[in-house]
Design a protein around this ligand. Structure first.
Ligand code: PLP
Length: 454
């Protein structure tokens, strides 16, 4: 079949059979979906042979780029041995070796690795562990959680219960368990009407107020350290994370750090918690863990949490949770290769220059008429578009301004995905200088063409 005919056929079948995530399918039916057939480094190729920069790392997962030789080979090697056996009642070398590597890499005090398959499950596991921990400790009233407005922790019901993005989460509210909500550290649109830095982190004070009043009922506080990703790349002010750690210790609440998005180098350190020298009680990892190859997640806990679950069989203190593909060999092999590359190529060190260049390039857009705020932490960037820069007035929802910018970028050879009115850039850590320049140039052109043609 000729390639154009194949393209048409796949598009037709896609529209007939698939239901895409986070997608209004009415709109999808009217478009012509791009069919990806190949990837290399920072690029993706479509079925017709056109190459695009992968500007959001295939939804924040690709770390060293596509077709990274070492990861390709590690997976092939593993396929030649075995692709999957269970961790229920058995164990295997990739899971064990990876667990040791993870414990050596994560902030001090985290000693036990519980595998699952994706970011949402890593969070579900963390929430359930925190709750059950307090049950075993005899603090039976600690049954709820504290989370942040604009927070995002995944789409399963527990993760949604601690989510704070109304347009995604509100409809499910009758299904959710109770969670207290603290203000988002969103300085550009401070919900407490303060200005950074004269506010002296007033949001921390408000958070303390909630903890003071309700800590006897709160098992854990869940936070995306440094960057609220899906909420719009909201970067928290310096000292916020450290302050949260202090409050959790003071009020005897477990700190659950959701580093699903920020982990594995995205913020310029291996884990975002390192920037403020914070050790959480529970750490959730996924996305970049396999370098963007296979679904794998881990919930890493402090020893005191693990120990609270020990007992005899009849004590029923077991953590009754597990997924079929938990600790899958292929995924673990990819994750081991991913971590080895970090060491061999000194990825974190090399990323610093790329972060600096990205910063220099994106700042050239700061004078644009419709850019209200540019936020960056490492290679995580959010460009907030506003209708009126003087009063920060947002665009009406129906303008779909973020989407239109990304559609224009696609025509120009760049794949990006917005979060509402925030244009997101999150390239692989391996992106080259030239690619950074193209990434930002296309983004700038797309923003100008769409916003200034209004
Ligand atoms: N936690 C955070 C901080 C995330 O950004 C995401 C996904 O974007 C998740 C959890 C959920 O991960 P997954 O989509 O793999 O379930």
């Amino acid at each position: 079949m000729k390639i154009r005919a194949l393209n048409k056929r796949l598009q037709k079948l896609d529209k007939k059979y698939l239901w895409h995530p986070f997608t209004q399918m009415t709109e999808w039916q009217q478009g012509n979906p791009l069919i990806i057939t190949e990837g290399r480094g920072s690029y993706l190729k479509d079925i017709l042979g056109k190459w695009y920069i992968d500007g959001v790392s295939s939804l924040w997962v690709s770390v060293h780029g596509h077709r990274k030789r070492e990861i390709d080979e590690a997976i092939k090697d593993q396929v030649n041995r075995i692709s999957h056996s269970t961790l229920l009642g058995l164990t295997h070398s990739p899971a064990v070796e990876l667990a040791e590597m993870i414990v050596k890499e994560v902030p001090k005090g985290l000693t036990r690795v519980f595998y699952s398959d994706n970011g949402s499950t890593a969070v579900e596991v963390g929430l359930k562990m925190a709750y059950q921990y307090w049950q075993h400790k005899g603090k039976k009233n600690k049954v709820s959680f504290l989370s942040f407005r604009n927070g995002y922790h995944g789409d399963t019901i527990g993760a949604v219960s601690v989510g704070g993005i109304d347009i995604f989460h509100k409809i499910f509210s009758p299904l959710l368990f109770q969670s207290y909500q603290a203000p988002s550290p969103y300085c550009y649109r401070c919900e407490l009407n303060r200005t950074y830095s004269s506010c002296r982190l007033y949001c921390l004070k408000v958070t303390e107020g909630i903890l003071k009043k309700h800590h006897k009922k709160i098992a854990g506080l869940i936070i995306e350290p440094l960057v609220q990703g899906a909420g719009g790349m909201i970067t928290s002010p310096p000292g916020f994370l450290k302050g949260i750690r202090r409050l959790c210790s003071k009020y005897d609440v477990l700190l659950i750090a959701d580093e699903v998005a920020t982990g594995f180098g995205r913020t310029g350190r291996m884990f975002a918690c390192e920037h403020e020298n914070v050790s959480p009680d529970i750490l959730c990892l996924a996305k970049g863990m396999t370098g963007g190859y296979l679904p794998l997640a881990a919930t890493v806990t402090a020893e005191k949490i693990y120990k609270a679950f020990l007992g005899t069989y009849k004590d029923l203190k077991t953590f009754f949770h597990g997924h079929t593909y938990t600790g899958n060999q292929l995924a673990c092999a990819a994750a081991i290769a991913n971590l080895n590359i970090f060491k061999k190529e000194r990825t974190i060190l090399k990323t610093q220059r790329r972060i600096a260049l990205l910063n220099k390039e994106v700042q050239t857009m700061s004078g644009f008429q419709h850019i209200g705020d540019i936020r960056q932490r490492g290679v995580m960037i959010g460009i907030e578009l506003v209708r009126d820069k003087r009063n920060r007035a947002p665009y009406p929802l129906e303008d779909r301004i973020g989407w239109r910018v990304c559609a224009r970028a696609l025509e120009k050879g760049l794949i990006i995905r917005p979060l509402g009115d925030v244009v997101v850039l999150m390239p692989p850590l391996s992106i080259s200088r030239q690619e950074i320049k193209s990434l930002v140039r296309i983004t700038a052109e797309a923003i100008q063409e769409v916003t200034e043609s209004e």
